[in-house]
Design a protein. Structure first.
Length: 91
């Protein structure tokens, strides 16, 4: 068994999915942290071309986030987004 102090190089070939997504988002100029999940869910809920099950699921998540909202300042979008993401993962 040889001791190799260098980090092994990644295999050649197709890039990993994460590398591919990261590169594509950088080329387009999209910042993943600036994406608002509530706007995405709202667009799914009102899009008539989406499957009905997806529209109902989006409405359920939106209603759940609205019901959990403590009536705080609307500018506190980070907390609302975190709740929406948690609800999407739970469903």
């Amino acid at each position: 068994m040889a001791i190799n102090p260098e980090k092994p190089r990644r295999r050649r070939g197709r890039p990993t999915r994460a590398d591919e997504v990261r590169r594509t988002l950088a080329e387009i100029g999209i910042d993943p942290t600036a994406i608002d999940p509530l706007r995405i869910l709202a667009s799914i809920a009102v899009n008539g071309r989406m499957p009905p099950t997806a529209r109902v699921a989006a409405c359920k998540v939106l209603l759940g986030v609205r019901d959990q909202d403590d009536g705080g300042d609307v500018s506190d979008a980070a907390k609302i987004n975190e709740r929406a993401i948690a609800r999407m993962r739970a469903n």
